[in-house]
Structure formats: structure tokens, C-alpha cells
Ligand binder design. Sequence first.
Ligand code: GDP
Ligand code: K
Ligand code: MG
Length: 293
Amino acid sequence: MTHKAGFVNIIGNPNVGKSTLMNALVGERLSIITSKAQTTRHRILGIVNGDDHQIVFSDTPGIIKPAYELQQSMMDFVKSAFEDADLLIYMVEIGEKELKDEEFFNRITKTSTPILLLLNKIDRSNQEQLEEQMQMWQTKVPNAEIIPISALEKFNTQTVFDRIVELLPVSPPYYPKDSLTDKSERFFVSEIIREKILLNYDKEVPYAVEVEVEEFKEEENIIRIKSVIMVERDSQKGIIIGHKGSALKKVGIAAREEMEKFFLKKVHLELFVKVNKDWRTNDFQLRRFGYNQ
Ligand code: GDP
Ligand code: K
Ligand code: MG
């Protein structure tokens, strides 16, 4: 039996549905999904193992113009997606016209890596619009194979999966065949907390936040977690905590419930808020949080 394996990198603008697709394909909730842009800061590997294949997915941040150092670092992740991919999945959504980043567009049309262009959210379109968009993208990216999908409703996602396996190179597996992801449990804990923060506060506050897990202790019947929410200013600390701690309590409850679903175990979660000035612009801090690798 020949074995196929390779790296499949999912790229595209923020909020087109990359995380939703990956979760549909991997079949586990590995990367966080919200309606806000820039949720995904890291590259996340989701690994799918079959008898004769191993697909290593990574979900990259959306294409954005670097405005400050953190975003520059995110763009580096996106660029590296071209370098180590056996297959690129370029996701666009119905109604999307202009590519926000020209340099990216040039890379896409010139790459020798096979590309699946997934036209997502077709549950929102009619037949006429769909045909018009299919033609437009075929003209823009002639080197891509276009598949219309709905990641949310899992329409055509099995077709995508089968096509990915067909396009993978013959290769032994890269990771042990029982591994699901290269990220630690602590990583998922911090991502879940960050997701709840994004969902619970308005305006720019969530983007000034970083989450660190100080303790992750798994006991027989419970997981004990201590985590710090890092903000840039005292005023943000006040907002995160809320009146008599009410806002933080809400985040804590939602995060704990999500963690219990994820780990299938009771979770005890303690959250602290600390002010750590300028973590976004300080190169040392960025490295500490893992963005500058
Ligand atoms: P990402 O930023 O590219 O990773 O996008 P997400 O996966 O986080 O999805 C952004 C938003 O689009 C979420 O609200 C999803 O529920 C929604 N979404 C994703 N796929 C579809 C789809 O096929 N149809 C519709 N209607 N919404 C979708
Ligand atoms: K998102
Ligand atoms: Mg995402």
C-alpha cells in the first residue's frame, strides 16, 4: 500500500471561513472561530490520519497589511505558508472581489505548489452569482482548481477532503499516526480564554490582550488551571474585570464550560488580570509569547 502525506496550508482574508473549514475537515475543534477578524494569530497544525494518508493542516492568520509589529509577525507566518506547503488551500468567500494584498496575489498566481481555491459561503448565493464568481476567480487565478463549498453547512467539504488526499505526494507520515495536533493543552486553554474575551468585550480591548497559562494540573477527576490575562493599560484592566468582577466572572464561566467540553473533564479555572505595558510593540515580549519564531 502506498502512503501519502503532506502539509496543507489554508490561506485567505480574515473571516472567509478558514478555521471553520479546518474544523470541518479535522473533525475536532482545534482552532478558535469567531466573527471578529484576527482571531487566529498562530499557525495551528491539525493532523488527520488515515490508513494510507496523513494530512497536516495549518490555519494561518488572515491576509492583512502590517500596521504594527504584531501584524508584521503574523504576515511572516502567512508567507512561510508558501514555503513549506505541498498543497495550498486559498479560501475566498462569495462576494469577495479585491485582494487586499498585491504581494500576496503575485505569490499565489506564480507559485508552483498546487492550489485549491475554495469559494466559500455558497449557502448565501444563488446559482447565477455562483457561476459569475467561479468564472471571475478562474480568470484571476488560472493555476487554481476551484471548488465551491459551504464550510459551515459542510457542503462539498468531503469532496475537498478527497481531492486533498489525491493531490498529496507519496510519503511516509511526518508525525506519529496517533497525533492530532502539535499544540499543547496549555495552548488550547489560552485560545479558549482569548475567544471568550473577544466575544465578551467591545472595541479594541480584546486586541490589547494576551493570555498566559501559569498552571495546568491534571488530577484524576479535575483539571486545575491558573491563567493570567495580560493587558496594556490600567484602564483596560478595569474593563476586563468589570463592576465588582462581573465581566471577568462571565468570561471565566464561559471559558470553563468550553474547556470541560474540550477536555471531557471537570475544570477548576482561576483567572487573574495583570498590566504589562506595550506587549504588542516590544520585540522581547513578542518572542516570549511565541510570535517571532
Ligand atoms: P477565518 O477568519 O477565515 O478563520 O474565519 P472563521 O472560520 O473564523 O469564520 C468567520 C465567520 O464566517 C464565522 O462567523 C463563521 O461561522 C462564518 N462562516 C464560515 N463558513 C461559512 C459558510 O460556509 N457559510 C456562512 N454563511 N458562514 C460561514
Ligand atoms: K476569524
Ligand atoms: Mg481563523
